[in-house]
Design a protein around this ligand. Structure first.
Ligand SMILES: [Zn+2]
Length: 294
């Protein structure tokens, strides 16, 4: 009994450290991948003056706090994004490790960490660069498929004998990839025809494949509509505010009809919501499909 209570205290701390380190790595990925730079070489260096950063100032969270957001080499300001991402991934992983201490499900732990890491990465990179790197979307879809084959619990699949669960779970993931990306591809193709301009990026289509790999087809379908709704809820008030409150000051980069808006962050937020809680409520919405198809 004492072991379990020790474990439930230690695991969230271990999760926090793991998350901070992987959050730090995510910062490297978010800076280098869209610029086509290697994520391994060279080691960490200042983005402003390229001076190498010693490991003692490169510690997750602490590094930014010690430097108070200013690079020691050239005093360039370091975005608080570095600190926020490390802290966010640390807290999220801490929660996953905490739930692992009670359910002991390795599949859920690995899938939760991998999926959340990919989605946080997509949110940051897509907001900054309007790019969703293939390494996150296609890489995430492959990882989701492999984890599903190993751990049927990711898709809440029960215990059939002779590995049938694994096959069932792998197929669920594969169908999720195909339906998720296929459906969004067609929505994008039809919207492009209607509006006479590209309506959806290829990156969004691949990202939805990744969502389908972890959430199954129901989750992918939910995220298309949930993401679009979330985008409207977030952007319409900003749009109206900019239109009326600051009508005289036409700032560049301001929201307007025809301005490209990244869809990836909203898809990712919807996917995070689905995978980490909303699934239980949303799966019953799709039960009618089984009745129609059988
Ligand atoms: Zn510098």
């Amino acid at each position: 009994m004492e072991n379990i209570s020790n474990l439930s205290l230690l695991l969230p701390i271990l999760g926090f450290f793991t998350g901070c380190c992987l959050g730090s790595f995510l910062n490297v990925v978010a800076y280098r991948v869209p610029r086509d730079l290697s994520i391994i070489r060279p080691g960490s260096c200042c983005p402003n003056c390229s001076a190498p950063i010693p490991w003692s100032l490169n510690l997750p969270i602490l590094g930014w706090l010690i430097l108070k957001g200013r690079a020691r080499c050239c005093s360039a300001s370091i975005s608080p994004r570095y600190f926020i991402i490390e802290l966010a991934v640390g807290l999220v992983f801490s929660w996953f490790f905490f739930t692992f201490s009670s359910d002991q499900e390795w599949g859920t732990l690995l899938a939760s960490c991998a999926f959340a890491w990919v989605l946080i990465g997509v949110i940051v990179i897509d907001l900054e660069t309007m790019i969703i790197p293939d390494r996150l979307s296609i890489g995430g879809a492959c990882l989701g498929l492999i984890l599903s084959l190993y751990f049927p619990s990711i898709h809440n699949i029960g215990h059939h004998p002779m590995g049938l669960d694994n096959l069932h779970s792998g197929l669920t993931s594969l169908v999720g990839i195909l339906i998720g990306s296929g459906l969004l591809y067609w929505i994008g193709a039809i919207a492009s025809r209607l509006f006479g301009r590209e309506a959806l990026g290829e990156g969004d289509v691949k990202l939805l494949g990744c969502v389908g790999a972890f959430c199954g087809w129901q989750g992918a379908v939910f995220c298309i509509f949930g993401g679009a709704l979330l985008g409207c809820v977030c952007l319409i008030p900003i749009f109206i505010w900019q239109r009326f409150a600051k009508a005289d000051k036409q700032a560049p980069g301001q929201l307007a009809f025809g301005v490209e808006i990244p869809f990836g962050p909203y898809l990712s937020l919807a996917a995070l919501g689905y995978f980490f809680g909303l699934k239980e409520w949303i799966i019953p919405w799709f039960e009618w499909v089984d009745k129609v198809t059988i």
